[in-house]
Design a protein around this ligand. Sequence first.
Ligand SMILES: O=P(O)(O)OC[C@H]1O[C@H](O)[C@H](O)[C@@H](O)[C@@H]1O
Length: 314
Amino acid sequence: MVRSNKPSAIGLGESIPQPTVDIKDNILNASLPTGESIVVHLYGATVTSWKTNGQEQLFLSQKAHLDGFKPIRGGIPLVFPVFGPPPQNHATSSLPQHGFARNSNWEFLGKSSSESAENPGEIAVKLDFGLSHTMLSEEFRKAWPYEFGLVYSVTLTRSALETALEVRNEGQQNFEFQVLMHTYLNIEDISNIRIQGLESKTYVDKTSNASSHTEESPAVAVTGETDRVYQGLDPATPIVVSSDEKPIFSVTRESLTDVVVWNPWIEKAKGMADFGPDEAYKNMICVEAGSVAAWQTLEAGDSWVGGQSIKSRL
Ligand SMILES: O=P(O)(O)OC[C@H]1O[C@H](O)[C@H](O)[C@@H](O)[C@@H]1O
């Protein structure tokens, strides 16, 4: 999205209402003058709420731990530097499933607001979060001893939620990483949901021995446990989630060519201690933009940026 670099109206004597940003107990609340809002926990830099028109767009388990005890079950946990259980004999082998970003304490780097170039008067707010090797627990630093810096930007506009991650290699050694924005979308009823934009793409089905398939459906329905890694997608082609044939979310990406579609369904939902209530699997679908089918190599001194933009209730 193109925005003007106009400075914030505050102090200029202009009357454009500005976003509000509060931080309390390591939780940030930001809202736009038009009413849209987000909540971000410094633990994991996890976005746990995104409201538009008074409606919650992200799913958060009622049993999610919000005290730093374990990664937050819901919202948008960030997966880095490994997706899933780490492979053996790899630099990430000693890390937990999905790495350390979602279970480390990030710092708030600051906020900025800007005016939409397309719709003057429409204000967006961007919150930046940082995590570097010096901030990791000793355990994580030992398990992945690279000198890195992450800057995660969460931008709330009137029509979208954008999340972007910059990965910097600040050391002398190259490193490999995977990244994923594990977005839990809030839905009314999984039986009415269809996902478009995946047809003819190859996917690995993690529920059946990582077997490889080609998606045949132009509108994928979720009728049982689903855990698929779709690969090699064009990031500019939106993944559209519809309910009762009405589009409710559209996800475009930048530099993220894989998309994971996950729903734990009945048994797995019951088996997760932090997932609740049991039937809540009907109210969520994870559409996760990432780069996970292969490894990104980042050379010493280089940086990489990837992100997603989610539009809701289109
Ligand atoms: O339980 P978690 O570690 O949060 O992982 C939750 C899920 O994340 C992704 O969607 C993976 O593809 C699934 O295999 C995994 O079950």
